[in-house]
Design a binder for this molecule. Structure first.
Ligand code: G3P
Length: 224
C-alpha cells in the first residue's frame, strides 16, 4: 500500500520523507488555507519536495472552470494530480482531464456508486472519506471494501485512495483490504510506529547495559 501524507505543511512532509515513508501528498483547500504566504509557492515547494503525485484541488464549481484551473495547477509541478469533487460538473471535468492525459483524484466520495461513476469517468484515484463517515455513525471502512469489490469485479484501474484517516486502525484495515493508497495525517503516521512494549523493552535493554557497563566504566576510571 502506498503512503501519501495528507497535509500542506512542508515541515511535516520533510520529516515523513526522512523516514522513507512518503509516496505522495494530498492537499485540499482547507489544508492549503492554513499555510502562510503565496499558495502557489507553497504548492510548488511541495511538488519539488516529493518524488510522487501531489494532489491539488480545484476551487471552481463548473466543469470548464475546473478544467481551466487544472491547466494552471499542472504548471506548478510535473507531479500534480488534479483533485476534483464528485459532482456532475466534476465528472465532466474528470472526463476531459483524463482525455487530456492529466491525472485526477476524485474527492469527497461517500458512497460506492459515486466511486463507480468516478472510475467510469476515468479517474486515476478515488478518495473515500472514512473518518467523516464514521463520525456520523456510518462505517467508512465498509465503503472502502465495497469500492474495492466493485473495481475488482470489473478490473477497473482507478486506485482506491483511503482518505480522512483518523487513527492507525483505519490504516491497518485499509492495508488488509488491499487498498492502493492511504493518505495519512502526520500525527497518525507517528502513531503507527508506537507500541508500549517497544518503549518498555528498549528501556530495559538500556538499563541493563548501563548497570553492567556503566559500573565497569566508573570502576576502571577510579582505578586509573
Ligand atoms: O484531503 C482529503 C481528506 O483526507 C480530508 O480529511 O481529515 O478533513 O476529514 P479530513
Amino acid at each position: 500500500m502506498k503512503f501519501f501524507i495528507d497535509t500542506a505543511k512542508l515541515d511535516e512532509i520533510r520529516q515523513a520523507k526522512a523516514y522513507g515513508l512518503i509516496d505522495g501528498v494530498t492537499t485540499n483547500p482547507s489544508l492549503m488555507a492554513k499555510e502562510k504566504g503565496d499558495w502557489k509557492a507553497v504548492a510548488r515547494a511541495i511538488c519539488g519536495e516529493v518524488n510522487g503525485p501531489v494532489s491539488l484541488e480545484v476551487i471552481g464549481t463548473g466543469a470548464e472552470e475546473m478544467v481551466r484551473e487544472a491547466r494552471e495547477l499542472i504548471k506548478l509541478g510535473p507531479n500534480v494530480v488534479i483533485k476534483v469533487p464528485i459532482t456532475e460538473p466534476g465528472l465532466a471535468a474528470v472526463r476531459q482531464l483524463t482525455d487530456m492525459g492529466i491525472e485526477t483524484n476524485v474527492t469527497l466520495v461517500f458512497s460506492p456508486l459515486q466511486a463507480l461513476l468516478a472510475a467510469k469517468a476515468g479517474a486515476t484515484y478515488v478518495s473515500p472519506f472514512v473518518g467523516r463517515l464514521d463520525a456520523i455513525g456510518h462505517d467508512g471502512l465498509a465503503l472502502v471494501e465495497q469500492i474495492l469489490t466493485i473495481f475488482g469485479n470489473y478490473g477497473m484501474s482507478t486506485q482506491v485512495l483511503v482518505a480522512s484517516i483518523r487513527h492507525p486502525q483505519h490504516v491497518l484495515q485499509a492495508a488488509l483490504m488491499g487498498a492502493d493508497v492511504a493518505t495519512i495525517p502526520f500525527p497518525v503516521i507517528r502513531e503507527l510506529l508506537k507500541h508500549p512494549l517497544t518503549d518498555s523493552g528498549l528501556q530495559t535493554f538500556l538499563n541493563d547495559w548501563s548497570k553492567s557497563h556503566g559500573a565497569t566504566k566508573q570502576k576502571s576510571r577510579r582505578a586509573k
